[in-house]
Design a protein around this ligand. Structure first.
Ligand code: 5GP
Length: 176
């Protein structure tokens, strides 16, 4: 099923290069500090695995999971926490690591919630952002790529739980 027709949007090589650049930038910005990398499940697991291994600063890895409430197939904008961080983030430098930012509701919800917990700092990193779909303003401090408004899969991203392990980011053909 994973070899069904897809158009490559961002190749494995391009991802590898950009993840390396982001890791170098983050390592430089956090020199002398320990960073909590907070991956947003499930989609960010591969990006987080690659990014975390290329950082040169002390870091720990944590996860959080959220889901969007949907009315029919249209996202309502409401976000629900389904798995919290296991450790306190008080006085820690936190970097939220997201796979994709679309409307911005997920990242906005996470920022609001985590800011109340007294981190030393909190920033955001996303591998891709869709263009022209934002409904709320969120700052992405470290961004991999801007992409068109199409449903993308691969490198952690799914369509009905499929395609997450593709090494590239692709678009499924609509007639599938
Ligand atoms: P937002 O809250 O910014 O609208 O959406 C964030 C979440 O929507 C992402 O974490 C992801 O789960 C899902 N999402 C939005 N667009 C796509 C897409 O093109 N492909 C996949 N696989 N997930 C998406």
């Amino acid at each position: 099923m994973d070899d069904a027709a897809k158009r490559v949007l961002i190749s494995e090589k391009e991802i590898e290069r950009r993840v390396g650049e982001l890791a170098a930038q983050i390592s430089a910005d956090y020199t002398g500090q320990e960073l909590v990398l907070l991956g947003v499940l499930k989609g960010a697991f591969i990006f987080l695995a690659d990014l975390s291994r290329r950082l040169t600063i002390p870091r720990v890895v944590e996860f959080i999971a959220v889901t969007s409430y949907e009315s029919g197939s249209v996202p309502s904008g409401a976000v629900r926490l389904i798995m919290d961080v296991r450790k306190s983030i008080e006085d820690k430098h936190v970097l939220i690591v997201e796979d994709i930012v679309d409307t911005g509701h997920t990242l906005h919800y996470l920022m609001e919630m985590l800011e109340t917990r007294g981190p030393a700092s909190i920033k955001t990193c996303a591998l891709v952002r869709k263009s022209g779909t934002a409904q709320v303003d969120v700052t992405i401090d470290y961004l991999g790529f801007d992409i068109p408004d199409e449903w993308v899969v691969g490198y952690g991203l799914d369509f009905a739980e499929k395609y997450r392990t593709l090494p590239y980011i692709g678009v499924i053909d609509t007639d599938e």
